[in-house]
Design a protein around this ligand. Sequence first.
Ligand SMILES: Cc1cc2nc3c(=O)[nH]c(=O)nc-3n(C[C@H](O)[C@H](O)[C@H](O)COP(=O)(O)OP(=O)(O)OC[C@H]3O[C@@H](n4cnc5c(N)ncnc54)[C@H](O)[C@@H]3O)c2cc1C
Length: 508
Amino acid sequence: MSVKTIIEPQTTIPVYDECDVLVVGGGAAGHSAAVAAARAGCKNVILMERYGYCGGDVTGGFVLYVPNLSFYNMTYVRGIQEEWFTRLKKIPGAVSGPGPELAGSRSKNLMRNHPGATTRVKPEMLCHSFNVEPNQLKIEMDIMLNELSDSIRVMYHSWGCKPIMEGNVCKGVYFESKEGRKAVLAKIVIDATGDADICRLSGAPTTSSLDEQCRCGSTALVYRIGGFSLREYREWRRVNPELAKELTDGVAKIHGFRAMLGGGPTDDVSISPNWQPKMDCSTVADSTKTEMGTRLKIREVLDWYKECCPIIFHDAYLYDIAPQLGTRGSHRIVGEYIIDKNDWAFPKQHDDCIAWHCTVETLNDNAPIEIPYRSILTQKVDNLLAPGRHISADKIAIDNVNLIPQCVGTGQAAGVAAAVAVATGATTHTVDIKRVQDILAGEQDVPLPRNPHTPQEYTDCLVEHEYGLYTEPAKAAIAAGEAGAYRHWSITKGSGDPNKKPADTPHQ
Ligand SMILES: Cc1cc2nc3c(=O)[nH]c(=O)nc-3n(C[C@H](O)[C@H](O)[C@H](O)COP(=O)(O)OP(=O)(O)OC[C@H]3O[C@@H](n4cnc5c(N)ncnc54)[C@H](O)[C@@H]3O)c2cc1C
């Protein structure tokens, strides 16, 4: 890359708007943050998004699977995440998957019908999880914003590019659009860009997983294939394992990276998620390579499916290509708390818990862990929060806490925290976290540990099932007093190789 530089002349920037809470990025986290802030009473919220719709990776990147919302029969992740499900259920073809009433079921029949929603740990059971139709979710997210139009102003096609700083306090954001460079001033800024775009330039410490060979250092351009039955294809793979391997190897050879076929809300249209290792979505070069490199091979891949398995794919066709590349991670904050393996190996209790996260981690048999407010709180900079996939977590834990439910949950909590901070004249570091928890648990349907608004049966379920920590590796870790036996799939199951997908993870 060129190191030649020029000096941009100093210019006067018009202030486009002013607000109490500015959310930059309208993905799972940012959309939830804006909605939650407005519902918590903030009347002056702006949601700024570089594209023309909300949902980010989910709607624009075709990441359609919302996994593991429950443990045994209890749904620990509710709030806005559950609202996606209940709202979309009313729309034909918009969502599929077992609802909360089926969580914990051990019916063999149901588990066969919902293979992706069956836990990969003992005892096997169904968990509440679902697939969404991305266009329907885009519409529903707009509806949710529209319902709050007295409190939220939406700015699509606006790219937040730099924080406005006064000392160590964030005061707003410069953004670029077809109207040129302008500024939005805000009392609290929520960076929900997923790549810590605003945090990175604020002086708050950040890190990245780009140098790591883990899932979070990979990009994807997901496309959908129609005209065949995924159910029949899966059965064909089960009966013909060798041919199935040949098929998958052939796809990887053509693409140059691993790709698979996965489910959407209906059987006749499948997504093809892929893993393009060592790709940095925050660079122009890697983003371009991801987009063009994938598209240039799709026809060849489709031909290969037809050639290798005509009985299933004879009528298959390219249904559509995700409008944006997806990434599982890039830059993330080093916040006031860093989530790491000990959060799974021990039933940690955080006084500032803002969400239970039912993870796909096997060490504690998919039991929920507590996400602390400090993990979305930037160090060194005030009035800047960072929910979503750039949450503060170590290079292993991030692969678990970047999932959609956690992004929605931390986004919702960030919105409420920002609203409370504004209403009480506090900062993000001094906000009354008990008040935040009470609003989340009491008014916004988010169960929280040790909160009087949350029924005791949530805690009872965890205690009864030993927080999932009855696995042999977990017992060994506890006996050793440390989490040495941490069994994260991308490290032990996938040997750190993003081209290998372990058999026991439902998410992609
Ligand atoms: C291929 C793939 C498969 C995955 N599989 C699963 C799975 O099966 N289940 C699961 O739960 N998770 C999965 N994940 C992870 C999950 O989808 C993401 O981590 C999660 O959706 C991220 O949500 P977010 O809101 O934090 O970030 P994003 O979805 O990235 O949202 C960020 C938003 O901010 C906008 N934005 C970015 N920069 C700016 C800026 N500077 N100014 C204005 N707007 C900006 C973006 O356009 C976007 O709308 C997968 C991810 C990928 C890519």
